[in-house]
Design a protein. Structure first.
Length: 339
């Protein structure tokens, strides 16, 4: 039996942990809120994050990172971007003591502000500087709420090492979630991270009462921005963004009420402040952090990302939404297809 440790027992961590237990794996969920751990172990629920849903009772929770990491064949990171590096440093200490070399999988979708590093880069830097082929990223059109209900879902599974990607594909796939391997690690991560920024923009448009034409235009041009950043800065393959972690994830995140980023954007479009939205959301809005890194990259590398830049100005420079929309619609004419 494969031991899989899920680092992060929020909504996604709990759902993925339950899914992996459904697959017959030995699953342990790590989190630092003791009341959540106690509820998972006693009642097989996690009402702090997921209402009206039960976790597979074979998935157990702990607040002891060492207990979670030791003996694991796979470590699955499902943490907010801002804490990945902190936890990774502690994981490295434990693995140095044990000498173990588990596969590292990340389901976190973000880019670290400041360093502008992808999550797999952080894991390589902090845990496996000489074994980056043991790192895998999963990303695709999926919401925890839908996977919890065993909705049919398809997700990309990317690694530099095809065999490691296939190992995770086999461990994670079942009759309601299907994984596809991909060798474009950077592209899969960029798609998963930056679509959250575009989803905030999509929510803002809905909050401002714009309709289907506006949403379609935003998603299409948003995909162009994601592709431009992925190819020109991270060296990703353009075709990746036509796949599950690109257009697939963009569609679901920009159109679903289950998307925290979309809900956050909608409230901003309705006139609420970012501080108010984040304080009352109850869960992490990754796009609000990722947009900082995207802004830094666009500025430093002169990458044309007008939608992402407008989102940044609205969130962090108190820019007026209507004025930002007018600016974008009034930009100088450009060809549609370009990198």
């Amino acid at each position: 039996m494969t031991k899989i440790s899920v680092l992060g027992n929020g909504s996604w961590g709990s759902v993925l942990g339950s899914m992996l237990a459904d697959n017959g794996n030995d699953v342990i969920l790590y989190g630092n809120i003791e009341s959540v751990n106690e509820e998972i172990n006693a009642h097989h629920t996690n009402t702090h994050y997921m209402k009206d849903w039960s976790i597979n009772p074979n998935a157990v929770a702990t607040g002891d990172l060492e207990k979670a990491v030791k003996g694991a064949d796979v470590l699955l990171f499902v943490l907010p971007t801002k804490v990945v590096r902190i936890v990774a440093k502690n994981v490295r200490k434990i693995l140095d003591e044990t000498g173990e070399k588990p596969l590292l999988v990340t389901a976190t979708k973000g880019i670290e502000p400041g360093s502008k590093k992808l999550i797999t880069d952080i894991l390589a830097e902090e845990i496996y500087p000489n074994d980056s082929d043991k790192i895998i990223a999963i990303s695709g059109p999926s919401h925890a709420e839908n996977v919890a209900q065993k909705d049919l879902t398809a997700i990309a599974c990317a690694s530099k090492d095809e065999e490691n990607a296939k190992t995770i594909q086999k461990l994670f796939s079942n009759n309601y979630v299907r994984f596809y391997t991909n060798d474009d690690l950077a592209g899969v991560e960029v798609g998963g991270a930056v679509k959250n920024v575009i989803a905030i923009a999509a929510g803002i448009l809905v909050g401002k009462k714009y309709g289907d034409d506006a949403k379609a235009a935003l998603m299409t041009r948003g995909l162009a921005e994601i592709t431009r950043l992925g190819v020109n800065y991270f060296g990703a393959k353009p075709m990746t963004f036509s796949g599950l972690s690109g257009i697939g994830d963009l569609i679901v995140t920009c159109t679903s009420v289950n998307s925290r980023n979309w809900r956050a954007g909608k409230q901003v479009g309705e006139g609420k402040s970012l501080d108010y939205v984040l304080e009352n959301m109850g869960q992490v809005v990754e796009g609000a952090t990722t947009v900082k890194a995207v802004h830094e990259l666009a500025q430093e590398k002169n990458i044309d990302m007008p939608i992402s830049e407008a989102v940044y100005r609205v969130l962090y420079e108190d820019a007026n939404v209507d004025e930002e929309i007018a600016k974008m619609m009034g930009r100088s004419p450009k060809p549609e297809i370009r990198l």
